[in-house]
Design a protein. Structure first.
Length: 95
């Protein structure tokens, strides 16, 4: 489990990446979350952080996060359960 300092450092690095890149924000976040799922940073039986927490982490709106999550869901990498959260699906295979 990461400590709060490493999470803040990671968020700072990710936010600077978000500012300097011309790719749409929802797609950049999608790629970061996909990488996290494929590298097992998110456990299969544990929900991903909520939309509001992800929006705060990446410094974007909740709508941007929703678009990112929709892409992940279309690829079959996550399962969204109303009232329970968003969960990585099985052992995702790297593409």
């Amino acid at each position: 489990m990461q400590n709060s300092y490493s999470l803040r450092a990671q968020a700072t690095t990710e936010c600077s990446f978000m500012i300097s890149n011309p790719t749409p924000r929802y797609y950049r976040i999608y790629r970061l979350l996909k990488q996290g799922i494929e590298n097992y940073e998110f456990r299969n039986n544990m929900p991903l952080p909520g939309e509001n927490a992800l929006a705060e982490r990446y410094g974007v709106s909740r709508l941007t996060i929703r678009r990112s999550l929709e892409l992940l869901q279309r690829e079959g990498l996550i399962e969204r359960r109303q009232g329970s959260g968003t969960f990585p699906v099985g052992n995702s295979v790297k593409a």
